[in-house]
Design a protein around this ligand. Sequence first.
Ligand code: FMN
Length: 209
Amino acid sequence: MDDPGVMDVFEAMSTCRAMRYLKPDPVDEQLIERVITAATWAPSPGNSQGRDFIVVTDPDKKREIGDAVQAVMGDRVAAMDRPDRTHRLMLDGTAHLIETLTTCPALIFVCGKAVYPYGAPRESFVWSSIYPAAQNLIVAARALGLGTVFTTFQGVAEPVIRETLDIPTDVHIGCMIPLGWPDRKFGPLERVGYDQVVHLDGWQGDLRT
Ligand SMILES: Cc1cc2nc3c(=O)[nH]c(=O)nc-3n(C[C@H](O)[C@H](O)[C@H](O)COP(=O)(O)O)c2cc1C
């Protein structure tokens, strides 16, 4: 069914840049519900769906998390080498994102418990449940015009995040996805092309030149 205002999935995926510049303007709860619902449609091993989503919009909680990430990552990112334009743009964007986590409308944590294989759950399956869901969320957000970025740097503040959000020890934090209205342009993507990654009927050596 056509949904006015929603982008074609190929256009959404092919312009889905990591958006590290997000406006502080609020995002309607229904839109957040919509992107998380899209995330729940993702596959998982044995359809075990071992994932949960923590949506943080409370300003005090965002500040606690933002300050804890900034305290460790601020200097670290500032000191990282920026040998070319790509690195400069990415790291300047990361620095900006870290500084503005507090004002970002929503921080979404995609978490998961080891629930698969049933009877003998393994941690490796947690990530295979979390990552497809996170990517569905990111593409759905792009299709609605929202910006997101998949992050793992919040790991430096995991103890603070766990305490602030009451996350039990058996729940893994897979990623954090800051979400908001974009303050920069999306796309195009810089990716290696089809011919450099596709091997027909068997491994054909290193295709990347
Ligand atoms: C597993 C994973 C971890 C990532 N961690 C971070 C992160 O901690 N901070 C960040 O700013 N971006 C992070 N990213 C986003 C990547 O840097 C980004 O997708 C990649 O550089 C491509 O950028 P583009 O989508 O703008 O082309 C992560 C992406 C993935 C898939």
